[in-house]
Design a protein around this ligand. Sequence first.
Ligand code: ADP
Length: 448
Amino acid sequence: MFSKVLIANRGEIALRILRACKALSLQTVVVYSTADKDASYVTLADEAYCIGPANSSKSYMNQAALLFVAKVSGAQAVHPGYGFLSENAAFAERVVQAGLIFIGPSADNIRVMGDKIAARNAMLASQVPCVPGSKEALGTDASSLQAMAEEIGFPVIIKAAAGGGGRGMRIVHAPSELIAAVKLTQEEARKTFGNSEVYLEKFLQHPRHIEIQVVSDSHGKAIWLGSRDCSLQRRHQKVLEEAPAPNVDSQLLTAVGERCAQACRAIGYQGAGTFEFLYEDEEFYFIEMNTRIQVEHPVTEITTGIDIVQLQIQIAQGEKIPFEQADVVCVGHALECRINAEDPNSFVPTPGQISGWEAPGGLGVRVDTHIHSGAVISPYYDSMVAKIITHGKDRKEAIEKMRLALRETQLSGILSNIPLHQSLLEDQTICEQSVDIHYLEKLLSESV
Ligand code: ADP
């Protein structure tokens, strides 16, 4: 059992974790870079320590500094949030070696899921459906590569085992391009990720991105908390998310959700996690598992009434998940708009001082943000400054509430992508159908 938590992150998620800790009567320790010294959560925390300059490699990524703060403050557990060190197996290991609790899965589980070949094989072992592809790292023998790709069927995608953030992937349309593409991707993977292993998958041409939220405790209890659709993406970055994923057969979804929970039990997973799938022609294909809390977790919280961050902490305390699968009911529909400090047309980040901020409100409106009037958005970090979440009895009502919430939102001093969200919520296809992962980029290319 622990009573003091070190929050090893910044921005809205630092505040989100702080709130969860307070609700559980836990002491909080936050860290901040010199650029974040005036952040609201710094004054809300029980203790706060400056860990370095704005550059995150010298502050939020500085493992030694974080462990030092844990020691000095007497924190007994570390919550990594998302990004930064949240999926760094070596950090999770160091935290445990220092006698602390890592609020998340074991370093071994993080490591397996960080290797896409190992992750695929772990999923196949639990009958989680995967994209047809190679089970092992590709060799260099031309004829066996050709035979494998022909069997799967072109187009195929070559992916780095250690890839992440949408990098280390190459689509191959014709057999004549295959060998060169494999070699090039291996070389790129070696340079970018320090691991040249690549594998091959069928390239799906018009999939949706649907993911399943899971929680799993140290007593072998694993539960899935429903689905999210995050198909609206630009450059592999999610822009607008929703729960539940619309227009998916509920029996099919239940079958996949149960497989995900089963996979958690099989690997002894502990904490919250997300299974990401591509969904095409009524079939799910696993692509990766995120072993951390995700940006879009509030749409699941608001539709299930379950506080996932509190649950992460309770699981790390060794507690049993206090409900059963049958108790998880998805009520209504939720949307989340990621508000980024960026030019809505060029997408260039727009750091600077916020001169005015007024958040929307009303029943079924949630705003997760650390910003306030006078806050300075630093160029050093992610441009996401707020998340607006709406909840309605159905998708239509959630959309209407979001339109109003965006109209109510006042953000001045910097440009933001609020106008982009407003136009997305006026797009008939988005409002009435389910779009694929390429839809937003196509829409943007047509509008220039
Ligand atoms: P990363 O870890 O870099 O995010 P993912 O495996 O999650 O890598 O893939 C990122 C994105 O690449 C997916 O969201 C999808 O847009 C695209 N992608 C990956 N695999 C495939 C595939 N087999 N077919 C079509 N698109 C794919």
